[in-house]
Design a binder for this molecule. Structure first.
Ligand SMILES: C[S@@+](CC[C@H](N)C(=O)[O-])C[C@H]1O[C@@H](n2cnc3c(N)ncnc32)[C@H](O)[C@@H]1O
Length: 226
């Protein structure tokens, strides 16, 4: 099977399962499995897939058909122009959360505290996307990144290493503000906010795959935030 044939087949399979994004998802899956760029995918349409690649592609398609988010399949999430490692232990960073990063950076630029005295805390850091994006934008600032789950912090650590900010971002395990060793100037938090009864109404991509500790906010959704 050539990459062109594989692309058509993948697109058709995903489209027949009513995927709205069959076109883009098939490109992403194929590039991921073959380890090539989109440009190469289209410039070398006659590349023949090995049997291992065909098996991997089939496996990825099956995962997609079961509504697993493509970010988990690709182990990659885009956030604030950066590429973060993600797996099923962490919430997939959302584009709308980038606003929190902008607000924190804006605060830093308009506040009288000098950047090298500025301390920020990202509470419920997940993949570390917020903490790391802020650290990269404010290289003099100190950032604490807290999460209640150890396996989540392992992912955040991988991302801190990827972006060379392990000296700047301190990862802390614990409940909300409790692990912070000192007062901070800015608290950034994207905490769970889904009401218990709303969980069942979420799309299967979220409900069945994203960690419940990242989603569930109790009866009124405000348990953790409050
Ligand atoms: C909605 S996710 C957000 C993850 C990340 N900040 C983002 O925006 O992509 C919420 C995160 O809060 C963490 N969390 C939930 N309860 C917590 C608590 N009591 N203290 C600290 N972190 C908590 C979860 O483990 C999860 O990683």
């Amino acid at each position: 099977m050539t990459s062109r044939e594989a692309l058509i087949l993948t697109r058709q399979t995903l489209a027949s399962a009513n995927s709205d994004e069959a076109g883009i998802e098939s490109e992403l899956l194929l590039c991921h499995v073959l380890g090539i760029s989109k440009t190469k995918l289209y410039s070398e349409p006659q590349r023949v897939l090995t049997s291992t690649e065909i098996r991997e592609l089939q496996h990825s398609i099956n995962r997609c058909l079961l509504h697993e988010p493509i970010a988990y399949i690709l182990e990659h999430g885009d956030f604030y122009g950066h590429d973060f490692y993600v797996n099923h232990r962490v919430f997939i960073p959302r584009p709308e959360t980038e606003l929190l990063v902008e607000e924190a950076i804006d605060f830093a630029h308009h506040h009288t505290i000098s950047q090298n005295e500025l301390i920020l805390a990202d509470i419920g850091t997940g993949s570390g996307a917020i903490a790391i994006s802020v650290a990269l934008a404010l290289p003099q600032a100190k950032v604490y990144a807290v999460d209640i789950t150890a396996s989540t912090l392992h992912v955040a650590h991988i991302n801190c290493q990827r972006y060379h900010v392990t000296h700047q971002v301190t990862l802390l395990q614990g409940d909300l503000l409790e692990p912070l060793p000192e007062p901070v100037n800015v608290i950034i938090a994207n905490l769970p906010y889904v009401k218990n009864h709303e969980l069942r109404m979420l799309p299967p991509e979220i409900m069945n795959f994203e960690p419940s500790v990242a989603l569930i906010g109790g009866e009124d959704g405000l348990n953790v935030i409050r």
